[in-house]
Design a protein around this ligand. Structure first.
Ligand SMILES: NC(=O)c1ccc[n+]([C@@H]2O[C@H](COP(=O)([O-])OP(=O)(O)OC[C@H]3O[C@@H](n4cnc5c(N)ncnc54)[C@H](OP(=O)(O)O)[C@@H]3O)[C@@H](O)[C@H]2O)c1
Length: 201
């Protein structure tokens, strides 16, 4: 699969490396596609860097891992290119609405948007293992077929599973879930070496 990454920082850069190692083609959609550091890093992992619109057009799936405030404008600027496109939205944002407007804008542009990779620290994308336990990922969004593909991409990163919280109306729960992780890791001072797992019987 060809996966486009918009925002190749902690989250996007780590997932790019993981998916490349799993055999996927990686396109980095960058606002500064000639930036030397980005080009050097992309070359080191075998990814290609190009303008955002071009990368979105050429990708089978798109990951958005930019600051949350960027997503609405990004959706507006990409317009038709998002129609029918699988988009993984990993963003979080402080404030009463969180990233809801951004996710809504992606859906309005016709994207099969899935909220995922937002409720854990980026370190857990680099290494999902805790001894002999493997962390779970959580996702929500209105397209079942998109979520089936996302589940495969989540497993390719090494997570045990992508637990489905439901449709578009459940996306806000995932943002709250991210706040639980942030609260425990940072404000309760447990540290960033924590991850969620669903226990069943
Ligand atoms: N860090 C975590 O552990 C974590 C965990 C869960 C969710 N998240 C969420 O994931 C998102 C990314 O976090 P991060 O820690 O990976 O951030 P980061 O390391 O600061 O990376 C952000 C990336 O977004 C790009 N970017 C910024 N503004 C942009 C714009 N207007 N258009 C296109 N690209 C733009 C930056 O590229 P440039 O080189 O162009 O600046 C950079 O590659 C945030 O929404 C965050 O809340 C983070």
């Amino acid at each position: 699969m060809t996966i486009t990454i918009i925002g190749a920082g902690n989250i996007g850069g780590t997932l790019a490396e993981k998916w490349k190692s799993a055999g996927h083609d990686i396109l980095i959609g960058a606002r500064n596609p000639n930036e030397e550091e980005t080009l050097k890093w992309a070359q080191s992992i075998g990814a290609r860097v190009m303008p955002i619109a071009e990368a979105v057009k050429s990708g089978d799936a798109v990951l958005i891992a930019t600051p949350g405030k960027v997503v609405s404008d990004l959706a507006a600027s990409l317009g038709d290119a998002l129609s029918g496109k699988l988009v993984m939205d990993a963003t979080n944002m402080a404030g009463p609405l969180g990233t809801a407007p951004g996710f809504e804008a992606l859906r309005k542009a016709g994207a099969d948007a899935v909220k995922v990779f937002n409720c854990t620290g980026w370190e857990n994308l680099a290494d999902v293992r805790y001894g002999d336990q493997v962390a779970d990922m959580f996702m929500a969004g209105g397209s079942d077929s998109a979520k089936a593909t996302v589940r495969e991409l989540v497993r390719a990163v090494g997570f045990s599973d992508a637990i489905d919280l439901g449709g578009d109306d459940k996306v806000h729960i995932l943002e709250g879930f991210a706040l639980v992780w942030i609260d425990l890791a940072i404000f309760q001072k447990i540290g960033r070496g924590i991850a969620f797992k669903l226990l069943r019987r």
